[in-house]
Design a protein around this ligand. Structure first.
Ligand SMILES: Cc1cc2nc3c(=O)[nH]c(=O)nc-3n(C[C@H](O)[C@H](O)[C@H](O)COP(=O)(O)O)c2cc1C
Length: 196
């Protein structure tokens, strides 16, 4: 059975959709849960941090990695066949693009890449087509990097926002493990369930 790291960043409004997708793959792969400190510890209007942690840990059957010390062994122990970052915030995308590794998620990424293994990224950020466009472009062009298909989730209301279609995570994982980008990469927002 392949082992997948599943790293969640602080795009709290997407957590329910991400958990739905995660539940669909939990029997198929060994899933190592990872949360950024913000995802791990921030209560928001979308829900309490402890509820989200508990849900993630129940699906995966193990405690979440939430510190840089806990993330570091991913490299030397070659723990993961694939690292999924879903949802990926603008903050984390910027760090990934620029080699910053000061969170559990960005250090998991750095550690995993040392083994030259694939990464699957699911962006969800309001600045994807503005401040973060160059960062997403850099990651699209990086070897072994794949994306969960994304689109403009509210083109009129949030013209620079992109959100991944999290329901496609299972297919995107299968493709990434096979060395392929799930296509089409760009989707119409009307095809994202519940978007807008
Ligand atoms: C309620 C709430 C919702 C947020 N939603 C998003 C989001 O969808 N996308 C995003 O990039 N940032 C979002 N943020 C901001 C991030 O949580 C913030 O940039 C944080 O520093 C991200 O840290 P991380 O990338 O380490 O998880 C949200 C923040 C809050 C409080």
């Amino acid at each position: 059975m392949k082992t997948i790291g599943f790293a969640m960043c602080g795009s709290f409004c997407t957590f329910d959709a991400v958990f739905d997708a995660l539940e669909r793959i939990a029997d198929e792969y060994e899933v190592v849960p990872i949360m950024s400190a913000n995802a791990y510890g921030t209560d928001t209007r979308f829900g309490s941090a402890s509820d989200y942690r508990a849900r993630l840990e129940a699906i995966c059957g193990r405690a979440a990695i939430s510190t840089i010390a806990a993330a570091e062994p991913i490299g030397p122990k070659k723990l993961l066949d694939l690292l999924v970052i879903a949802p990926a915030t603008g903050n984390t995308l910027a760090k990934l693009a620029h080699g910053v590794s000061d969170t559990s998620v960005t250090l998991a990424y750095k550690a995993h890449l040392r083994n030259r293994r694939p990464v699957l990224i699911a962006p969800s950020t309001n600045d994807a087509l503005s401040m973060n466009a160059p960062n997403i472009g850099a990651l699209l062009n990086r070897a072994g990097h794949y994306f969960v298909p994304f689109g403009q989730d509210d083109a009129e209301g949030k013209p620079t926002s992109l959100q991944s279609d999290f329901s496609r995570i299972p297919q995107a994982i299968a493709a990434a493990l096979d060395g392929r980008q799930l296509q089409p990469l760009l989707i119409s927002y009307s095809s994202i369930e519940g978007a807008g």
